[in-house]
Design a protein around this ligand. Structure first.
Ligand code: 9D3
Length: 248
């Protein structure tokens, strides 16, 4: 899979995506990350890619031509016109389901804005999807692009070296993960839960599922609506809710 990032800060993307698991996956030919410097496509003698907004107002707006020309050159190079994901606080909030859908594409283009945004005509001409990573304010779209690339990349077969599928391992049945322990058995007087030392695999499995359900109820009750619970587990959840209510 090939990730293309249109940005004014290509070194940020190259450094961020060039290390660790992404870097190794690229070295193994499982994916590539190409940062395209939008500034390389300016026709202006001073190399400007932005200008004051028509109608007035604060800040600068990225001009349409360098953005569209960067995309067109990319399309010429690869011989197709892939989806363009515009990184914007106004977009749909990225999640695991969107990552799974995007991981089916062979090429993806991430368009990163800076300043006060990009001329609307460039967006009209090339953008297919508008995506945000959540309700907080960043300085540009590069980190959101890297977050999405990281999330999509680990869904590509072979990127994670463990044999467990990334899909199955993450967001398991829409529940949060159970707590993990390793040696020693006692640390600062805190013991590892007894069941984990018992060697009784059915009991361990049951305990872990219950911990997951309990944690999800405490921390992310919104996830429980789509959780995949057995009849017994539903009863356990109902008992937890009952116990919680009786405390109020
Ligand atoms: C005109 C400037 N701001 C008005 C309040 C809006 C604004 C636009 C762009 C503020 C920050 C940014 C930079 N952020 C992104 O480009 C961005 C982003 C984010 O800030 N939060 C979550 N997801 C994303 S995706 C791209």
């Amino acid at each position: 899979m090939n990730f293309h990032v249109l940005t004014l800060f290509p070194e940020m993307v190259e450094n961020g995506c060039g290390t660790s698991i992404l870097g190794r996956a690229a070295a193994r030919g499982l994916l590539s990350v190409h940062a395209v410097n939008i500034r390389d496509y300016t026709t202006e003698k001073h190399g400007h890619v932005d200008d004051a907004p028509y109608g007035g107002g604060a800040g600068m707006v990225m001009q349409a031509a360098p953005v569209c020309d960067a995309y067109d050159a990319l399309c010429m190079r690869i011989g197709k016109r892939p989806r363009v994901l515009y990184m914007t606080p106004q977009g749909r909030v990225f999640n695991q389901a969107i990552a799974e859908e995007l991981s089916k594409e062979e090429d993806l283009v991430f368009l990163c804005g800076h300043y006060e945004g990009i001329d609307e005509r460039a967006l009209e001409l090339i953008v297919t999807d508008e995506l945000s990573i959540g309700d907080y304010v960043l300085t540009g779209g590069e980190l959101p692009a890297m977050v999405m690339i990281d999330c999509i990349a680990r869904l590509i077969p072979g990127v994670l070296n463990n044999d467990v599928s990334a899909e199955i391992e993450s967001f398991h049945d829409n529940l949060l993960e159970y707590p993990q322990y390793t040696r020693p058995e006692v640390y600062k007087e805190l013991r590892v839960p007894e069941v984990l030392l018992s060697g009784h695999h059915a009991n361990i499995e049951k305990w872990r599922r219950e911990q997951s359900i309990c944690r999800t109820l405490e921390r992310r009750p919104d996830l429980l609506a789509q959780a995949n619970l057995s009849k017994k587990e539903k009863q356990y959840l109902d008992a937890l809710i009952e116990a919680k209510n009786s405390l109020q």
